[in-house]
Write a protein that binds this ligand. Structure first.
Ligand SMILES: *Cc1c(COP(=O)(O)O)cnc(C)c1O
Length: 371
């Protein structure tokens, strides 16, 4: 029998979450963001759940090729654009739309030989200070692109740094929306501003939902603004379950410790279970004692340090738990139970995005069959 850990992908939940993105921005089109191998879910595995999107947005050219290999004929957007001039050849061949965020990418386009003009998304740096032209340089970049025979339509995009929260005491996006709107006012073209957080929190504003929203974490059932709002609050369902089983149990006496570093010490008699899951599976080592976890669908907590291949759980209140009992690290448990990835990430001082994309190669992945 293989080691009893697995990741289970839920295509129906992905489709449900995508519908939530659509409902939040009803007059906009929706990019399903599938970078990082569909946030760790696997592009091919996620595709049946996300194919209702209007387009797919990603970073890697090989991921774009994999989508075309799945026979996706619709829009594909390279969010970081091209990394070197010859990437443009693949864009021409596979009809990939691509971001243009710097002068050099315009230089490459100007030298590119193609019969098929490209659809580009000109990116503004409206305050994130990662990629894009500053508002004052944006129009000149647009004008440069606009005269190139290699360029077909120019769309306009930007990205928010604080869509999930307040910034300096105010709504986290207002300053960026204002910068974007002012610098693009009389430019033609479709617009895309919102990630998941902006789509859920700010899409009542037409300028924010614009023509395309970019649904990343919410498609996979993660809340973009946990702990302020949970996935359940936003009506999202887990895209992925990480589950395993108990492979041992131990009875502890008062004063006994658990695991490396003896970081947990029993105060009273207790029973614990050992779960076949550790940091080499992608479960965060930073999750302290007390991190929520489900055993047979019942909520309990971890005890002691997470080790490479195992972690321990408190079974004091669950006498029926035994070797073979099902353990849900995050996602959907038995009988409709659920543990949000955000809660686990939060306990470990990180975010759901990181956990989903960090499940390791050795974890077998299966796709939940249609019910
Ligand atoms: C990753 C990414 C997104 C999606 O962000 P989420 O917060 O996961 O929704 C949107 N836009 C760009 C440019 C991105 O890189």
């Amino acid at each position: 029998m293989p080691r009893p850990i697995e990741a289970l992908i839920h295509p129906q939940n992905l489709a449900h979450n995508l519908a939530r993105a659509r409902a939040s921005a009803p007059d906009a089109r929706v990019w399903a963001v599938v970078k990082a191998n569909a946030y760790g879910h696997g592009i091919e595995r996620a595709y049946p759940g996300l194919r209702g999107a209007d387009g797919f947005a990603l970073l890697d050219l090989d991921e774009a090729q994999r989508l075309r290999a799945l026979d996706w004929r619709g829009p594909i957007l390279l969010l970081e654009g091209c990394f070197e001039p010859r990437d443009l050849e693949l864009c021409s061949r596979l009809n990939l739309w691509h971001a243009v965020h710097c002068e050099q990418q315009i230089d490459w386009l100007a030298m590119h030989k193609t019969h098929q003009p490209h659809r580009v998304f000109l990116k503004m740096n409206s305050g994130m200070n990662r990629l894009g032209f500053t508002p004052s340089a944006f129009r000149a970049a647009w004008t440069r692109l606009n005269v190139l025979p290699q360029v077909d339509e120019i769309s306009l995009m930007t990205h928010f740094s604080d869509a999930d929260a307040q910034r300096l005491g105010a709504d986290g996006i207002a300053h960026q929306v204002a910068a974007f709107v002012a610098a693009t006012e009389d430019l033609p073209g479709e617009r895309s501003l919102s990630n998941s957080a902006a789509t859920l929190r700010h899409s009542q504003s037409p300028a924010v939902r614009a023509d395309w929203v970019r649904s990343g974490i919410m498609s996979y059932g993660g809340s973009p603004d946990y702990p302020e709002h949970s996935a359940a609050h936003w009506g999202l369902k887990p895209g992925m379950t990480l589950r395993s089983r108990l492979i041992a149990t131990q009875h502890l006496q008062p004063g006994d410790t658990v695991g490396y570093g003896s970081s947990f010490r029993a105060e009273a008699k207790m029973r614990i279970g050992i779960v076949a899951c550790g940091y080499a599976d992608g479960y965060p080592r930073h999750c302290p004692s007390g991190t929520p976890i489900l055993v047979e669908g019942q909520r309990t907590q971890t005890v002691g340090r997470v080790s490479m291949d195992m972690l321990a759980v408190d079974l004091t209140t669950m006498p029926s738990a035994q070797i073979g009992s099902e353990v849900t690290l995050w996602g959907e448990g038995p009988r409709g139970t659920r543990l949000s990835i955000d809660e686990v990430a939060h306990a470990g001082g990180t975010i759901g995005w990181e956990l989903m994309t960090a499940v390791t190669q050795r974890v077998p992945v299966t796709v939940q069959a249609h019910e």
